[in-house]
Design a protein around this ligand. Sequence first.
Ligand code: MLT
Ligand code: ZN
Length: 445
Amino acid sequence: MDELKGLPEATVIHDSSDLEPFLRDESHMVGLPPLAVVKPHGPAALRELVRLAKTEGFGLVPRGAGTGKAGGCLPTPRSVVVDFSQWPGDIRVSPQDLCLSAPASAPLREVKAAAQAQGLFYPPDPNSWESCALGGTLATNAGGPNACKYGMTRHWVLAVDVLLEDGEIHTFGISSVKANAGPALSQLFIGSEGLFGFIVGATLRLIPQPREHTTLLLPVKRWEDLLDLPGRLCGDGYLPSAFEFFDPAVLAELRAHGPETARRLPGEALAILEFDERGSTSEAYLEGLLDLLGPMAEGLEIASDERQRQNIWAVRRMTSVFLKERHPKKVSEDIVVPRSRLREFFEGLDRLGCPAVTYGHLGDGNLHVNLLAAGDTEPALLERQLMDLFRLAVNLGGTLSGEHGIGLAKREAFLALGDPAQIQALRALKQAMDPCGIFNPGKVI
Ligand code: MLT
Ligand code: ZN
């Protein structure tokens, strides 16, 4: 695209073989070849890109590290990918203000480490936390195991710097948890997958770093045994910082074909529970937990040191990649149902007769239902199976995505199953904020 040749403050990629890596993210979708990929280094590039997008009629597709699970960063027809990996800026921690500011390009790993170096904690921990970029986690409102105690990315955002359709960068929010001068517009951009503008930086809330962790492997006969546990724990004053689970099929795969540490995992189904409050490694705390678990505690294993804890998490963290290596064409979903409806969900899933295995964030009702045979399933049937799955979650008061977003992968289902009033409101907002439709066209709505 000739118009992009003189773009200031940017690296521009045109060569079709160099465009290839931008056609994919971590979803099962593939994008169309973009007109070009632009890596902006400064605001002048964005200003000019926005101007050109309007005059030449192309779309702008934001990209972070490409670790998304819903195709949100994949190029659509007549689009230019805006890759924020070279966007400048430093990570700055302010212990006094209990916050941190960072550019969209900052690796989440470095953001978390910068906080930790000051004894502070930035909790969001998507599975891709070691490879994803902050900007992508903001655009998709990423979640992870910690969300059952600490909430999603959006709960940690104080302010965002956003490229708007006037071509300029505007800041929404201030570096304080208290800011009530009108609605919190910063939140509009979190999880909106670049529909209203592109996030180039943010100010994030921090809290003191937890200093103790108790990590438990809780083997059970059936996943049903776990269903009332989150409620019972909280009722007794125990709020887990993570409550993960593997169903018998996933656990069997891990044990049979996973790494050495997975081969020793106990149980027919298995929960991983972690507690991180002060005192959680004390004997009194553990005794209280054992009392509460009662007969369930039989077979319980407690990580006795940081190495054992890290081994447990390493298995949990590699589960998605491991299943993908074994079933390269699998489709992995991330539905949510209220915890009180989990039993009905699993019963409904059985009734659907859809060949699925499940693991994930049981503590907050966010389940990774994996259709391992998706690659061998006739496309129309696969689509029906996915729609049935989504409908089941929605009818139980849940939703079709807990942490991965809608992007391209779930757009049709979102439009079919979403509340029409909500979709209309989103479209009205889109029209108001992006009247020329240049920001991530063809995604979400
Ligand atoms: C996970 O929790 O393992 C990921 O969010 C799930 C996935 O990779 O599909
Ligand atoms: Zn997950």
